[in-house]
Design a binder for this molecule. Sequence first.
Ligand SMILES: [Zn+2]
Length: 172
Amino acid sequence: MDPDDVNADETAWERRSVVRVVPPVAPRKLAKVPFVELADGRLQGVVSSGSDIERVYVSSITAGTHALSCSTNNNRPCGALHGHACKHIRMLADEAVVQYGTDRVARYLRVEVPEGDALMSCLHGQPERTPAAVVFSRFLRHLAYLEVPDSTDPLVELHWFPSTAAETGAAR
Ligand SMILES: [Zn+2]
């Protein structure tokens, strides 16, 4: 390969990579809750760790029983889930309300949410282990569907994946 081509590739990659790590001007919730769905009898989704960009939590609330579940994508239990919802589950619930509206989420979970009350204050389920793998693989499939065009926009959803390293390797 022409060495100039390699340089051009690397420059393009570096430019893209720099753009990726710059926080969006108006932070979207997507960065914190990249995936939320009402499926499998649960409100479930993927929540970014507040402290570690490499880590995500798979959180869920089961319809009917309102059992709460939160673990990392490696299936380690969330340390903050003790008897009441951790912040990941709260963020998931907030985002579900933004995405689907309180009525639809409440109907799906089978909970009465009096006018003006927050969804989470009406849920009193107990923690329960739910395997994270199923939800996480649904999330990965969801990402695959996005068919991200070649773009310099920050792709916060992809920050956890070591694809940039593979990309650099390929460019060399
Ligand atoms: Zn949690």
